[in-house]
Design a protein. Structure first.
Length: 361
């Protein structure tokens, strides 16, 4: 959730019982060798924190939404590796559920694209106002989840998921009310690229460009063969999910450059910001789609064609490599019929045609 979306929440007042503060169970997922991901167990929307144990210290990607969750995450990582020499925390973007737990790492250098530091400073100018809005947001979410929970089998997987999400919201609310939620401003920032030689691996970060947020980056761990993509890319998007307020500032050519740069690297595992993982093919398919759609739009616009002709001639099935298996995977992930996902994909594609046409020069 973006900070600019919070203002509308202040008019909403919801009175709920006092929140419990027990930390929900968290799980550790081994990604091979010395890399793990940590997240709230059962929650389908859980934020993932990547941890890589290098000879230069433990390097993290993304904090949890709130300090209490981040402290438990930190404890589990130290317990798993038998060491606690945390050195860097890299933030994939500036959304509050990714930067909110940075307070739990006061001794760690925080790395991010420069716009992330700007957003964090803006938040710190009115932390009380921000946490008031976040509290209302999470209280409303708890109310919706409790209503859903009342209608499902208490022993079902969905019931477990709902309870995990409620517990996460309750912990966050407790941190907002206690004043513990005070994100740290990144101490190491960059505009386009940042590289760290960690001794036994090299970490490279690229600015993906405006899209999901103002500061989306891709992060590559060389020895581990891991790419982190934050929330900008997931199985739910055909290309970076774009915030409506950023559409006029999108630079598709920059997206292409960043994705091509990532695909020049070796990686098998793709960690995105929430529960689940992607593959190299997922990234390659989306990069191919973006380039094909962009080239098609530029060609049509140069020739004097209309937007209507772009919608007619730029057919999704012709532009997206392996669309059918991708739709099947999305359907499985979301628990929806493939026909519904195919329809949603076409709607995404139509919106992408409009977006690309708007920003093409």
């Amino acid at each position: 959730m973006h900070i600019r979306h919070l203002a509308a929440l202040f008019a909403v007042l919801v009175s709920l019982p006092a929140a419990a503060t027990d930390v929900p169970p968290m799980e550790v997922i081994e990604l091979g060798g010395r890399a793990i991901a940590v997240r709230v167990a059962d929650s389908p929307t859980a934020n993932q924190t990547l941890a890589v144990a290098t000879s230069s210290g433990i390097i993290l990607v993304d904090s949890q939404p709130a300090p209490t969750l981040a402290r438990e995450c930190r404890r589990l990582i130290a317990e798993h590796f038998g060491r606690s020499d945390f050195s860097y925390l890299i933030l994939t973007h500036d959304d509050i559920d990714h930067i909110g737990g940075t307070t739990a790492f006061p001794d760690v250098r925080i790395v991010a694209q420069q716009a992330c530091a700007t957003v964090t400073r803006n938040i710190l100018r009115d932390v009380q106002g921000t946490t008031a809005g976040l509290t209302v947001w999470d209280e409303n979410r708890i109310a919706r989840l409790q209503a859903e929970l009342a209608g499902v089998d208490a022993e079902s997987q969905r019931a477990r998921e709902i309870r995990a999400e409620i517990a996460t919201c309750e912990v966050c609310i407790a941190d907002y009310r206690s004043g513990a939620w005070v994100p740290r401003v990144p101490s190491v920032t960059f505009a386009e690229m940042w590289t760290l030689d960690a001794g036994d691996t090299v970490v490279t970060c690229w600015f993906l460009g405006l899209g999901h947020s103002q500061s989306d980056i891709l992060i590559h761990f060389e020895t581990e063969g891991i790419l982190c993509v934050g929330d900008a890319i997931s199985k739910q998007y055909l290309c970076p999910g774009v915030d409506p307020e950023l559409t006029r500032s999108v630079d598709v050519e920059h997206w292409c450059w960043a994705l091509d740069s990532a695909l020049e690297k070796e990686f098998d595992t793709v960690v995105w910001g929430h529960r689940g993982f992607l593959t190299r093919d997922d990234i390659s398919n989306r990069a191919g789609y973006i380039r094909a759609l962009w080239d098609g739009v530029l060609s049509l616009k140069t020739s004097g064609s209309s937007l209507a002709s772009a919608h007619t001639s730029l057919v999704l099935a012709n532009l997206f490599p392996n669309l059918a298996p991708t739709v099947a995977e999305m359907a499985m992930l979301l628990g929806l019929p493939e026909a519904a996902i195919a329809t949603a994909a076409e709607a995404q594609h139509a919106a992408n045609v409009d977006l690309f046409w708007r920003v093409a020069r």
